[in-house]
Design a protein around this ligand. Structure first.
Ligand code: NAP
Length: 519
């Protein structure tokens, strides 16, 4: 049995009490334990601010990019070990685990290339300079300067590798040290990945610390130069972001929360590539990582005349999913990672069934292939259906974090589809499947304000579209309203959270020299 450690103050700390057990969710066997008892959080914050920050800020963007490249290489070189840990502690099949682990190394690699392209310039300079008086004697230019505190990263259980890596890539490239905390129940992957990175000796002292277990009084230490970036449920986000110390200090707080993502089939979808892509994407988003992705599809909007054929096509495909222990090669969908997640999913389906009926699947726990009977947190892939989108209550309010989605009929107009999507209160991603440019333009005009990303599936995109669940580092990850209102990734914009924008004013030559603008 493995006891997870925290990495604080430049050394590994192992607690001696206060442990929570870590389980293999396919067998319920205890495989580890986690506790942060004894960690001196104030000392960790001071170490980051006083040692990690100055060390990172002394590096150029290119040098920080080299750190990210080295981190990415460590993850790639140890991919097999991390995949096995993900299987055992998170219940992922190999493709599901690689979505997390390769996503982590890929995002670090992407930001390392950005760092290299920025070279040794001192600052990011968004936008062009502007003349503020009759001549260049008074000129203005925005520059982005690293904050001098620590970034605290708290992550959700479902992406133990990508979760820490995508946040770390932006903070480190911006020049800000961090303390990262994976969700306790699935922390084995993050702990081992960070242990390997620390052992590789690629990071400056104080730039990267890890908390496995609770955060104690960590958040109470944060002030105006610090950053909190949280990923998890909306309820936890609300509790954490309303802490008086954080509010009083106006500590930056970025939230990536849950989201009732919608996939919308346009009218006249026919039976060609767009239709096939819609079915493929919805199936993948319902079942990949057992539906435990913040970007998974929860609501499937279908023109009323297409409802029967969509239900039949999805039911056929869901019936072919093999739920079970990912150690068995026949299995295509693993368990939920914890007993609590299983209980929440069961309760969530009960809530949805106040207004929805079962269309296929039982909405219940099932035994898993390759696991002992009665053991494992397996959930049947389940499709629900409502008769009236505007009387669907909980379907637009409650995220069931499991292989569960609800069919929602609509009248085929872009306007009504957008209005129904908006009932979810803000999504990370909305997808629309249509080859009708006019319909898509009206849908964007109506639904754009309520989503962080609009993925358009069409004849043209079908051959290469990766599915709606993939957050890509080049583009925004985050959505309005209940999705948290946060913004991550989006290329260089992902660094903004860790930088102070300074409006630099003075003679043009002086301003340009300070900003590092040479031409
Ligand atoms: P959660 O229960 O809200 O926990 C998220 C994180 O917060 C965990 O690391 C948890 O640590 C920590 N936490 C909880 N209470 C805390 C406290 N009082 N002080 C400090 N930290 C605290 O969420 P989850 O169950 O892990 O994740 C599932 C949710 O995350 C879903 O709703 C999903 O949609 C959302 N999610 C969103 C995104 C996105 O990018 N938008 C990505 C992934 C997941 P412990 O584990 O130690 O309690």
């Amino acid at each position: 049995m493995k006891t997870l450690k925290s990495y604080v103050g430049g050394r590994w700390h192992q607690a001696t009490a206060g442990f929570s057990p870590l389980l293999n969710p396919a067998t319920e066997e205890v495989i580890g334990q986690v506790s942060s008892q004894g960690v001196d959080f104030a000392a960790a914050v001071a170490y980051a601010r006083e040692t990690g920050g100055p060390a990172l800020r002394a590096l150029t963007f290119a040098q920080r990019g080299e750190l990210l490249k080295a981190m990415s290489k460590v993850l790639r070189e140890n991919r097999d070990e991390l995949l096995a840990l993900s299987r055992d502690n998170t219940g992922t099949t190999t493709p599901d685990g690689s979505f997390d682990i390769d996503g982590a190394s890929g995002t670090l690699a992407y930001y390392s290339v950005l760092g290299r392209s920025l070279g040794d310039r001192p600052y990011l300079t968004p936008g062009d300079g502007v003349q503020l008086a009759r001549s260049e004697a008074f000129w203005g230019q925005h520059v982005m300067v690293p904050l001098q505190g620590v970034a605290v990263h708290i992550n959700a259980f479902n992406f133990p590798a990508w979760g820490f890596a995508e946040k770390a890539a932006c903070a480190l490239l911006a020049g800000m040290p961090l303390i990262t905390k994976p969700a306790s129940s699935t922390a084995m992957v993050a702990e081992r990945a960070i242990e390997l990175i620390v052992a590789a000796g690629v990071l400056p002292a104080g730039s990267f610390q890890l908390i496995c277990g609770g955060t104690g009084d960590l958040l109470d230490q944060l002030g105006p130069q610090d950053v909190m970036a949280f990923t998890g449920s909306a309820d936890t986000a609300l509790r954490l972001r309303s802490r008086p110390a954080l509010l009083a200090a106006n500590t930056r707080f970025n939230v990536e929360a849950d989201s009732l993502n919608a996939a919308v089939l346009g009218p006249e979808a026919g039976e060609g590539a767009t239709w096939a892509l819609f079915l493929k994407d919805v199936l993948r988003e319902m079942t990949q990582k057992a539906g435990q992705k913040c970007t998974a599809v929860r609501r499937i909007l279908v023109p009323r005349p297409d409802l029967d054929r969509v239900r039949a096509a999805l039911a056929e495909r869901l019936a072919a999913v093999v739920t079970g222990n990912p150690a068995d090669p026949a299995v295509t969908m693993g368990p939920l990672p914890t007993a609590q997640q299983l209980a929440d999913a069961l309760g969530g389906v009960t809530r949805l069934r106040q207004s929805a009926r079962l269309a296929c699947g039982s909405g219940e726990r099932v035994d898993g292939v390759g696991s002992p009977a009665g053991k494992g947190f397996f959930f049947a892939p389940t499709l629900l259906e409502v008769a009236d989108a505007f009387a669907a209550g909980e379907v637009h309010r409650h995220e069931v974090f499991a292989p569960v989605a609800t069919l929602v009929p609509y009248d085929g107009t872009a306007e009504q589809a957008a209005a129904i999507v908006g009932l979810g209160g803000g999504t990370l991603v909305t997808s629309a499947y249509s080859d009708d440019g006019g319909w898509l333009a009206r849908f964007l005009a109506g639904a754009g304000a309520t989503t962080g990303r609009l993925y358009v599936g069409s004849d043209g995109s079908a051959p290469e579209a990766p599915g709606t669940g993939m957050a890509m580092p080049q583009l925004l990850h985050g959505g309005p309203g209940r999705a948290g209102g946060g913004a991550e990734l989006a290329g260089l914009a992902g660094l903004d959270l860790y930088l102070q924008k300074v409006a630099l004013q003075g003679h043009r030559a002086v301003v340009n020299s300070l900003a590092g603008i040479t031409s």
